[in-house]
Design a protein around this ligand. Sequence first.
Ligand code: GCW
Length: 681
Amino acid sequence: GENGYDLWLRYKPVGNKTLLQSYRENITTIITSGSSATMDIVKNELSTGLQGLLQTTIDHGAAVNRHGAIIAGTPRSSPLISNAGIAIPLQQAGEEGFVILSKILNGKRCILISGNTEKGVLYGTFHFLRLLQTEQSIQQLNIISAPKIRLRMLDHWDNPDRTVERGYAGFSIWNWHTLPGYIDQRYIDYARANASIGINGTVVTNVNANAVVLTQPYLEKVKALADVLRPYGIKIYLTARFSAPMEIGGLKTADPLDASVQHWWQEKIKEIYTYVPDFGGFLVKANSEGQPGPQDYKRTHADGANMLADAIAPFKGIVIWRAFVYSNENPLDRHKQAYDDFVPLDGTFRPNVLVQVKNGAIDFMPREPFHPLFGAMPKTPLMMEFQVTQEYLGQGTSLVFLAPLFKETLESDTYSKGKGSTVAKVIDGSLEHHPLTGMAGVANIGNDINWCGHPFAQANWYALGRLAWDHTISSEQIADEWLRMTYSNNPRFLKAASRLMLESRDIIVQYSNPIGLHHIMGTSHHYGPAPWVNNQQRPEWNPVYYHKADSGGIGFNRTATGSNALAQYQPAAREQWENMQTCDEKYLLWFHHVPWNFRMKSGKSLWEELCYQYYTGAERAGKMQDTWKSLQPFVDKQRFEQVNMLLKIQHTEAIWWRNACILYFQTFSKMPIPASYEQPG
Ligand code: GCW
């Protein structure tokens, strides 16, 4: 049956007969060159992919003697390629990119898949197969593609005991118990899926995990994983708990300026590289949510990051230092702390340090304005941290396609160097000419049979990879590609299913966090609504801290008369939000405390608009079920039923959000729910 394990790499027979015919004419032989683990993967992928798609065995050959040779290799290993006159396109492909070109060689029609490295060839191979999977023409191919971002990563929040923090797809796929002796086929399939979307790095441990992974028995396991990932072009990274020198090294301190601490890290790093010679580096969460860090010793984040960076630099490793910091010593507005802590450090980080910033200043909310750090640290490469796992977005039970959320942040204008200084340009390095660039997604992968729990959650993993490669790809294209490969190329299916995906993020914003509301979810587990909670040990963990509803109105005043978080944005960015009358309504309650009878652009009062949003959102969530039901003829039974059941749960949740929030906020507004809406039942 169809259980989703194959992800978007199903390679089902091409349904369109005319296209199938033309593919078969244009693909008759596979010619690969070079013998390496990566080229073996290329060869196998082409064989299995083409066999599945074209329903015929494609021969492997060495010479071009008929039409339809697919020639894959680097110019170094393949004379056919080095003599094909493609030096200029190859130059544009850079170190990791690829070219796919139609060429006449020996008087025969051929398709060249090439790159300057075998990794590039591998990426090109997956791209070529994707053309067939999505039923594109392969006549006159002239594709040159290079990634816009250098580090394209997944961050696993996987603990050594295999629980996954904010993971909703079972337990961790890393089975530390049976490593290094046992290599689960999943590791290989994981690597393959990532390579197919250009992901080239993975942090296999949680940022909250302890230091055990840095001990020798674990490093042997890490080595085994690294060996699996390497031929797929993926480097392994680990989280480094800042207090590791004390916990596993027996030192009395972890002070980054202490010589014994520095020495401990130097030795530890040397040891790691004996196991994993191409180890990528460390990801660090420090002085955040109770984690240890340099501030425990009155040192700065830069002191901490630079100490590790110096120790790892001889091995060409990098340090990714997270900017997700907030503490209760800063009770006024959590929104401001990362900026306050990090902006003064701009220019003081070593060249092999990236600062990794969440897309928004609070925490992966269904909708957030872009983080004010973007554009505010021109001398430091900032890496994007998106969340692929749906912590605040319905977790494992909701269909929410995240590409529109990612794109919304990437396309936001920071105005840091005038109009057009988008977040995308900050993180792809083009704005400030940083060579080191990165985008990470907190993974939604677990050991569920379909990897991600919700069948549609796979699309978010896919979207992260595609956007890290090229952030200009539209959400529409990503949804379309993914649906074609994962379900069907049928136009009727695609039309409705892509709309379902593209509207889904808007819908969850409407029924959970409309008009800029945020952080009003159930505390600790973050599932479902709980705007009333006010009993957490730390003020900034309480939903009431964020919505601030009272008899006068609702929302967080972040203007100059409030926390003034707005001052952290450039004037031109600030302008779109500063004035309550003109503020983009998506963010109205994010930045303003607004009276209940405030006139919205729709003509409704704020209270009516709030009701309207919650009711419309819940209603639209209900309609998602109808849409899916209409697609039954195009979907296999198992996946149809799964999504069907999940959409039903999602609708129930939407109603739960609506009723809980409206009835709670009504205790402040004291206004009636407009009669045109059904009463909460
Ligand atoms: O999103 C929040 C989560 C925590 C997480 C933290 C972080 C890994 O609720 O579970 O911890 O942020 O990003 O560090």
